[in-house]
Write a protein that binds this ligand. Structure first.
Ligand SMILES: C[S@@+](CC[C@H](N)C(=O)[O-])C[C@H]1O[C@@H](n2cnc3c(N)ncnc32)[C@H](O)[C@@H]1O
Length: 261
């Protein structure tokens, strides 16, 4: 578990980002650069587009009977639309400010907003949910130990055969001098990965003023990246079976994994 200072730092920074411009902090496209002009309908419509696309990728049967946990829900941009696919949405965020704004604008009765410490889902019982989802959140986590902690907890809260679908930034380490398990992993990666970076989750990397302000003043904006081989080993240890991986070695690496026995 990441130390409390790291979690506090993440919370403070995201609260500050939410006070400056929560729309741009969540969805960094030119139309949200001015907080005064940000249109809430556009914000939710973009969330719906992402949700429709991810629902296809996740391919969840009978989702209307199921519960999804969304880690890093922000202002409910996607929770709002997930609520139309799922029976219940547990929308989790580290930032009080984001959660406050989310509950003001997202009034869906089957969405429950919850605050997390920043690295766990401790308020969710064991084996109680069907799907765990996260998009453009783990890439902002400063200490990768928090990401691994979340993955451990995803396995705990998921029912057997439950699906975790999450995105983070990865890199392929240099294996040249490594004769241990990483070599085996490398062969495995080669057989399952796609280096496709044309996935729809890609953001517009507009380098405007706000982008610079965020990048220069907030370490969470730059976040971290995860060694893909460490991640594969860890997923296996947590009893996850890999269904697909897309965009390895990019900011937008998508994992779809199933909790196996
Ligand atoms: C770029 S926004 C994306 C929000 C949402 N996923 C979306 O696409 O609309 C990142 C969100 O993740 C939250 N967040 C950052 N670090 C987190 C952590 N360690 N645990 C939970 N939420 C976190 C932030 O407060 C923020 O609301």
């Amino acid at each position: 578990m990441a130390d409390n200072n790291t979690n506090r730092e993440m919370r403070n920074q995201w609260n500050e980002l939410a006070r400056i411009n929560p729309f741009y902090a969540i969805d960094s496209v030119p139309e949200f650069e001015s907080v005064e002009k940000a249109d809430i309908n556009t914000f939710f419509a973009r969330g719906r587009e992402d949700v429709d696309k991810f629902m296809k990728d996740m391919d969840i049967t009978q989702s209307n009977e199921k519960t999804i946990v969304e880690i890093g829900c922000g202002m409910g941009r996607m929770s709002n639309s997930f609520s139309e696919y799922f029976k219940k949405v547990i929308a989790v965020d580290v930032s009080d400010e984001m959660l406050k704004k989310a509950s003001e604008i997202c009034k869906k009765t089957n969405v429950e907003f919850r605050k997390t410490d920043g690295d766990n889902l401790s308020f969710i019982p064991n084996e109680s949910v069907d799907v765990v989802f996260s998009f453009i959140v783990f890439q902002h986590i400063i200490d990768t130990a928090s990401i691994f902690n979340y993955i451990r907890d995803m396995s705990r809260v998921l029912k057997m055969d439950g699906i975790a679908y999450f995105q983070l930034r990865t890199f392929i380490p240099d294996f040249a001098e490594d004769i241990t398990i990483k070599k085996i992993i490398k062969r495995k990666i080669k057989s399952i990965i796609s280096r496709d970076t044309s996935n729809g989750g890609k953001r517009d990397d507009n380098a405007g003023n706000l982008e610079n302000q965020f990048a220069n003043n907030f370490s969470v904006w730059k976040g971290s990246r995860v060694d893909i081989s460490d991640l594969l080993i860890f997923l296996k240890q947590q009893k996850f079976e890999i269904i697909s991986i897309k965009g390895v070695d990019t900011q937008y690496t998508f994992f779809k994994v199933r909790k196996a026995s």
